[in-house]
Design a protein around this ligand. Structure first.
Ligand SMILES: Cc1ncc(COP(=O)(O)O)c(C=O)c1O
Length: 380
């Protein structure tokens, strides 16, 4: 890998050969749009998209492929959910309702709901959290919407999503639960039926598939009447016209209703290979534990993750994190520095930023030892 040590899996995964091959083969030999053509070639692409959708449904334990909507990523999904669930025309306005978020949230998970709250007038409340950064189900407040970061991209703590949702439903059976699984999806098997969430999002690029593709799971897709995006592929019939009268528009059934415009077909073709790969190659937490044990002895390092976390995050005590990141980069060590689009947890910890190391299936103990050596050298 050009002599670099890539320890930034949580930002984006390197791509397995099987994903690259699937996309290359499609682009070279069988490219066509999906949901648009009637020739045999186009039909094969439609079948491949259907099959990828079914694969995703099985991957996250969904009961039907109709619950799987392709998006452009977690950010897109979370923004869309904040629009879909506030539907005043269909009598489902969130005005004056309570939205529960947490300080673990990524900007992509929380900002759409903060902005929604500002625009229509909702109350934002925080889910309580214990000293190990587990969201607490025992003293959870009543909420109408509950946004849950299943795994923080800074601390790597995996939440007990099923218990949190069950506790939230005890307080309000109608609470709408929205899970950001962008990090969790890499680390452990998801079971949306066990979790009983209403929505869940993840990005394909973090599990080894391509960029520009994400998944939005909707538990009851027919409950949400109004689509949030409009265009080709999501309309089944338009009758009449404004000029001749009798004008009516009928949406396609789900999931097409929520998939306006051309799908990222090539990325979808690569997705099943990425799912096969990640199911066999979850991150090796022993590598993180080794780094934790080795660097916790270093007096110039303040570690902010727990030992059994799925990533290793720290602050160099004697230099700025950005300077640290640049120096590490010049020595071939790729890692993430800054606030990682998670300002709230950094604010809570009183930090301007941190350094994160996250491992992928391609990393070995040799990578980690070299990384430790480079880190120790930079901060000594
Ligand atoms: C926890 C979490 N949520 C959301 C996102 C946003 O994902 P994307 O940029 O792929 O939309 C990320 C990306 O790092 C993340 O780690």
């Amino acid at each position: 890998m050009n002599n670099i040590i890539y320890l930034d899996a949580a930002a984006s995964s390197l791509k397995p050969v099987s994903v690259i091959d699937a996309e290359m083969n499609f682009l070279r030999n069988s490219y066509s749009n999906a949901g648009r053509g009637v020739c045999a070639r186009a039909g094969k692409v439609d079948e491949a998209v259907d099959s990828a959708r079914k694969k995703v449904a099985d991957f996250i334990g969904a009961s039907s492929p109709k619950q799987i909507v392709f998006t452009s990523g977690t950010t897109d999904g979370m923004n869309r959910i904040a629009k879909i669930i506030d539907d005043p025309v269909c009598g489902k306005s969130l005005k004056s309702k309570t939205i529960m978020v947490s300080d673990l949230d990524h900007h992509s998970a929380r900002l759409p709901f903060e902005v929604l709250s500002d625009s229509i007038g909702c109350k934002i409340i925080l889910c309580p959290m214990d000293s190990s950064y587990n969201l607490s189900s025992s003293d959870i407040p009543r909420a109408d919407v509950f946004v849950i970061t299943a795994m923080s991209n800074v601390l790597g703590v995996a939440q007990d999503v099923a218990s949190l949702i069950s506790a939230a439903r005890e307080k309000n059976p109608d609470v709408i639960t929205v899970v950001d699984a962008a990090q969790y999806v890499v680390h452990e098997k998801i079971d949306v039926q066990k979790w009983d969430c209403d929505f869940l999002c993840f990005s394909a690029h973090k599990i080894g598939a391509d960029t520009g593709l994400g998944v939005m799971y909707i538990k009851e897709p027919n409950r949400w009447i109004a689509p949030d995006k409009f265009g080709g592929g999501m309309v089944s019939r338009i009758t009449g016209s404004a000029a001749i009268g009798n004008y009516s528009i009928q949406w396609e059934p789900v999931p097409a209703k929520f998939e306006a415009g051309t799908l990222p077909v090539t990325q979808i073709i690569g997705l099943p290979a990425a799912i096969d790969y990640i199911e066999k190659h979850r991150p090796n937490l022993e590598l993180i534990k080794y780094l934790y044990d080795r660097l916790s002895k270093n007096e110039n390092i303040q570690i902010i993750t727990e030992r059994d976390s799925s990533m290793f995050t720290f602050v160099p005590k004697n230099m700025h994190v950005l300077d640290f990141g640049v120096m590490a980069g010049t020595m071939g060590l790729c890692l993430r520095v800054g606030n990682m689009c998670a300002s709230w947890i950094h604010n809570l910890l009183g930090l301007k930023g941190s350094v994160r190391i996250s491992v992928g299936p391609w990393n070995s103990m040799t990578d980690i030892q070299k990384a430790a050596y480079i880190i120790e050298g930079i901060i000594k």
